[in-house]
Design a protein around this ligand. Structure first.
Ligand SMILES: Nc1ncnc2c1ncn2[C@@H]1O[C@H](COP(=O)(O)OP(=O)(O)O)[C@@H](O)[C@H]1O
Ligand SMILES: CC(C)(COP(=O)(O)O)[C@@H](O)C(=O)NCCC(=O)O
Length: 330
């Protein structure tokens, strides 16, 4: 498939792209796989099974085909930024400065498989000598609590830009990029479907921070007072968008919901517990409603429009496996 035709030229960049030019290099998965060069496979089949989310078929073959080249590319970006850091310290006559974490953003629709990609990358990147400490934070911890969303009648817009405490996201990333130790990241539970009050993951100056969530490439409306506000992605050193046809993502979301009925929803503490015991067709109707009223709307309105901001686009086919890659030119 020709990803260059699929990834439409964003209108706002039109004037930078005379006919036929694109800011991306495009590769088939076979071409991309060659870039792994002699990168060794450092994960076992069992580890990959442990890292994958429900319904994601990723296996060692996919890690070898796609993720080794990706970890090699990212690791060269990390090493270059470490080199630049040292050169700049010499230039500025600074001594004792400590490098701030290299931040990688991962964006894409609900149910596209961001968590699996983030977890596999975390493990692979930590095996490079330049980045032994890799942390992962998901943006769901920055959602407003359900009580707030309910009081604002926003539960059916969970995951929309307005459902996140973006100021808290910016404070968190500013602290990370200021090189602060022990920065707390709030946590979310998919089981209770809510943020976990007073539960934090403490991020203490990793070499790399992976920041994953549907909203990470979104901009903010310019405030009327003309004050300049940063975007979340201003803090990224590299960004990845995971892409797929919306029909495929729909199928993955519905299949996952129906499988969660047999697993996570059975837990009496699950927010969706009641859906474990209703009939199949009623459950399907609920899943279709959640998809079309919330997640598809969000994908079309707020997530897909951020795709042209990514440095790298991983395009999945019907089987969840990556079939094409677009890499922004330098
Ligand atoms: N209702 C749920 N109950 C339990 N786990 C869930 C539920 N919804 C999603 N998950 C899990 O949460 C993780 C994040 O899912 P999601 O936000 O859809 O992003 P993605 O599929 O792109 O990783 C996945 O590992 C998924 O399996
Ligand atoms: C929590 C989510 C918004 C994902 O958030 P993210 O981790 O990408 O910030 C999503 O999993 C979700 O709950 N969506 C709302 C509709 C639904 O229940 O599918």
């Amino acid at each position: 498939m020709d990803i260059s035709k699929e990834i439409a030229v964003p209108e706002t960049l039109d004037h930078f792209q005379p006919n036929g030019f694109s800011p991306y290099h495009f590769f088939s998965s076979e071409e991309w796989a060659q870039f792994r060069a002699d990168t060794p496979l450092t994960l076992t089949g069992d580890e990959v099974s442990r890292l994958r989310s429900l319904g994601d078929p990723i296996d060692l073959q996919e890690v070898r085909r796609i993720y080794l080249s990706l970890s090699r590319l990212l690791s060269s970006h990390v090493e270059s930024s470490q080199l630049l850091f040292e050169q700049r310290n010499r230039f500025l006559n600074l001594s004792g400065a400590v490098k701030t974490p290299f931040v990688i953003g991962i964006a894409g629709s609900v149910a596209v498989g961001k968590s699996t990609t983030a977890r596999v990358l975390k493990e692979l990147l930590a095996r490079w000598p330049s980045s032994p400490k890799v942390d992962l934070v998901t943006t769901d911890g920055f959602l407003f609590p359900n009580a707030v969303l309910q009081s604002k009648r926003m539960m059916d817009r969970k995951g929309f830009p307005e459902s996140y405490d973006v100021a808290a996201v910016l404070r968190f990333l500013s602290a990370i990029k200021a090189g602060r130790p022990d920065v707390p990241a709030p946590r979310y539970s998919h089981l209770t479907y809510d943020v976990l009050p007073n539960e934090f993951t403490v991020i203490d100056r990793p070499d790399i921070l992976i920041f994953e969530g549907i909203n990470v490439l979104q901009s903010r409306d310019l405030p009327a007072d003309g004050k300049i506000v940063p975007m979340v992605s201003d803090f990224f050193d590299f960004s990845i968008y995971i892409d797929a046809d919306e029909d495929h993502i729909h199928d993955w979301y519905i299949t996952r919901f129906m499988r969660l009925r047999q697993t996570a929803f059975r837990d009496p503490n699950s927010y969706f517990h009641r859906y474990a015991s209703i009939g199949e067709s009623e459950a399907l109707e609920i899943a279709e409603g959640l998809w079309s009223k919330t997640n598809l709307r969000n994908l079309r309105r707020n997530i897909l429009p951020t795709r042209p901001r990514a440095d790298l686009i991983l395009r999945k086919g019907v089987d969840h496996l990556i079939e094409a890659v677009a890499l922004r030119k330098l």
